[in-house]
Design a binder for this molecule. Structure first.
Ligand code: DAT
Length: 179
């Protein structure tokens, strides 16, 4: 395991965990900043207040595996050619409070909260990445959350690389969506 996509709905804690990983020696690539540097930002979605990234173009620029530990951090990172996706999850109620403090428009908060409740990023990652790990960060510190991923990953590496067996901690918030 060398190239990891650290992914999840906006607000789940990706940037925070990436900082913990950097302290543990990982090279961290902030996907959005990298897309800007590579000229792969192709527009602006004003309604969503978000840059539009050409992920396919960016995927073509992922350097070959050189054995170092690289983490691509961002909610599109699982669409890059990586070895593993680490999907961070957060209880939608907690996520709602976090996103509201970010000053996102109410519609954008609601869309992201719904996407988290419906496992949207997890499903995308399962469609795209050979090995997906999922952990719930709602009641873990950033350090605990990183350990929950890293211990599983290094345990698997010691046992020999599994082919395509995902490692998904159970989360189910579908009951939070009202009728
Ligand atoms: P993301 O990069 O996924 O958008 P973030 O790292 O910016 O998310 O975190 C969003 C907010 O949540 C930020 O105020 C820090 C807080 N946070 C992140 N991880 C946390 C954790 N494990 N426990 C409590 N709060 C956390």
């Amino acid at each position: 395991m060398v190239r990891v996509a650290l992914t999840g709905t906006p607000g789940v804690g990706k940037t925070t965990i990436a900082a913990v990983m950097a302290r543990d020696g990982w090279s961290v690539v902030d996907v959005k900043a990298w897309a800007h540097r590579e000229g792969c930002v192709v527009g602006r979605d004003e309604e969503d207040a978000a840059d539009v990234i050409d992920v396919e173009a960016l995927a073509g620029r992922v350097p070959p595996d050189d054995g170092s530990r690289v983490v691509y951090e961002g909610h599109l990172s699982h669409l890059l050619p990586v070895d593993e996706a680490w999907v961070l999850r957060c209880d939608p109620e907690v996520l709602q409070a976090r996103l509201a403090t970010r000053g996102y428009p109410a519609r954008k908060v609601a869309e992201n909260v719904e996407a988290e409740a419906l496992d949207v990023i997890l499903q995308e990652a399962l469609d795209a990445v050979p090995l997906v790990r999922q952990r719930d960060g709602t009641r873990r510190t950033p350090e605990e959350l990183y350990s929950a991923f890293a211990e599983a990953a290094s345990g698997a590496a010691k046992r020999g690389r599994p082919k395509a067996r995902h490692d998904l901690e159970d989360v189910d918030w579908s009951h939070r969506l009202g009728p």
